[in-house]
Structure formats: structure tokens, C-alpha cells
Design a protein around this ligand. Sequence first.
Ligand code: PSU
Ligand code: MN
Length: 303
Amino acid sequence: MKVKFSAPVKSALQRGGPVVALESTIIAHGMPFPQNLEMAEKVEALIKMNGATPATIAIIDGELRAGLNFEELIHLSQHGTEVMKVSTRDLPFVVAKGMSGATTVASTMCIAALAGIAVFATGGIGGVHRGAEETFDVSADLTEFATSNVAVVTAGAKAILDLGLTLEKLETLGVPVVGYGTDEFPAFYSRKSGFKVPMRMDSPKEVAQLMKAKWKMGLQGGVVVANPIQAEAEIPSSEISPVIEKALTAAKRKNISGKETTPFLLKHLAEATQGRSLKANIALVENNAVVAARIAVAYSQKR
Ligand code: PSU
Ligand code: MN
């Protein structure tokens, strides 16, 4: 199956230039309108300012797409509930039916790998949900890291998850988790989680070298680049933790499960914090976009 490119993405890939993939679930299901649209545009602008070409990924009328125009971004941002949240398992269904959908980290990695895009910026990857020993709710984002050769810049994993179990699972899958300028795995809204990262790097060039080393030796799969939220934008875990507890209780009471869980929790947190968690979420995505662009530039250089 071929990926359909926008003109700028196609020309960047043809000349071996730096490209950064972006997901679309964060637009359609992760944030409300109009903040989601503003975020999507700002992130693309930041990637360009840092020397790379942005490639927002989605499925439009059954086609795998990399690089969207403004009308397509508007459609995704305004029709959240009509646009399907598409994980890797949903890809064949949506394509076979000729439908449109917003891609998660997992399906974006899958399409980025097909398209030959090696770097991807998101907010926070999915992971092992709290209580997974009963629900078995482990994001398909983790399994995708075992197969798709893409480096994903993320503010750790979402704090609504069990971060310890998420790190264990990534180790089992053979996925390098690089602390970018940090020794600690970041917790999305907060810079610290109490969990150490297995390795640390401090420059785009080092990360690019790790990517090349991994794939040159034939090791399949992705790389987690864990980039903490900026200090001025963070919500310390002492403040956000009790709010997360309440959100989890509300999800349980309302019998929220499966793919609804993450969007429900993010929305609940944004309302409970009067938009503060949304502001932090936007700041950390922008921060990840800048780092991803710099890594893509370093990766596109010969040595
Ligand atoms: N990062 C954000 N907001 C989001 C997501 C990531 O800042 O909404 C999305 C990504 O698309 C990720 C998904 O893949 O949440 C995880 O969903 P689940 O837990 O259902 O796999
Ligand atoms: Mn899940």
C-alpha cells in the first residue's frame, strides 16, 4: 500500500531532507476545538522554523496520507466524534471501507515507517494503564515500537498511566528509552516521575547516531526520545496527581473502557484544571516538535 504525500513532503523525502511525522488523534480526540487547530498549525510552523518538513498523518477517504492541507486540518479538528480514532488494528478496516480517520501514535508510526519517515513528534505515548493486571489495557503504541523503525519524541508517557509498568514493557520489547537532557523518565505534565531512564543523551546528533546504529545492525523497531515539558509550563505531580485520581474514578464509574479511556481522561483533566492541563499539553507538544525537527536534521546529515 502506497502513502500519498503532499507536495512539500514528497520533495523533502526525494532529496533525503529532514521530515517530521505528526499524529492526528491528538487533533481529533486529544484536544478541544479551536485549541487543537491552533496547536496543529503552530507545531507545523515550529518544525519548519527548525529546518524540517512537517508531515501530519491521517487516513482520508481510505488513503494513507502524509502531509495535510489546511482544509483537512480543519476537518479533523472540528469533527472529532465523526472522525474515527484509528489504531494499527483499525487501519485495514478504514482503508477497505474508504473511510477517514485520525491516527494514534501506533498507526502513525506504522504509516511513517511505510513512508520512510524516521522521526515523529507527539505529546505523550500510550502505555500500560493503571489496573492493567485486570483490564489488560496496554496501548498498541507499545507493541508498535517493537516493529516500526521510527524515533518518537514524547514527554515521557501520559501521567494517567502506570509509568513503571510502561518502562518494563518497553524493555521487554527491546525499545531504547532515551532521556533527552534528563536522567528521569518525564511524566507528561510533570518533568519528574520518580523513574530513571535507562540511558541519557543531550544532543540531536547523539540521538541520530543511536538511530543509525540500531537500524544498521538490523534491530527492528522504534526509539523513545523522552523529552521533559519546559519547567515554566509543567504542573508538578503533587498538584496533578489528585486530579488524575479523580478522573480515573470518574472513568470507572461511567464504565469507560478501550479506546475511549485516553480521550475521556484528558478531557476530564482539562475541565477539572480549568484548562491548565490543556495548556501544559500544548506546550509539551510544541517542545517535542522542536526537538524532533532538530533530530530529523541531524539524522539527514551523512555523518
Ligand atoms: N498525546 C497527547 N494527546 C493524545 C495522544 C497522545 O498529548 O491524545 C493520543 C495518541 O494518539 C496516543 C493515544 O497514541 O493518545 C493513546 O491512546 P490509547 O491509550 O487508547 O492507545
Ligand atoms: Mn487502550
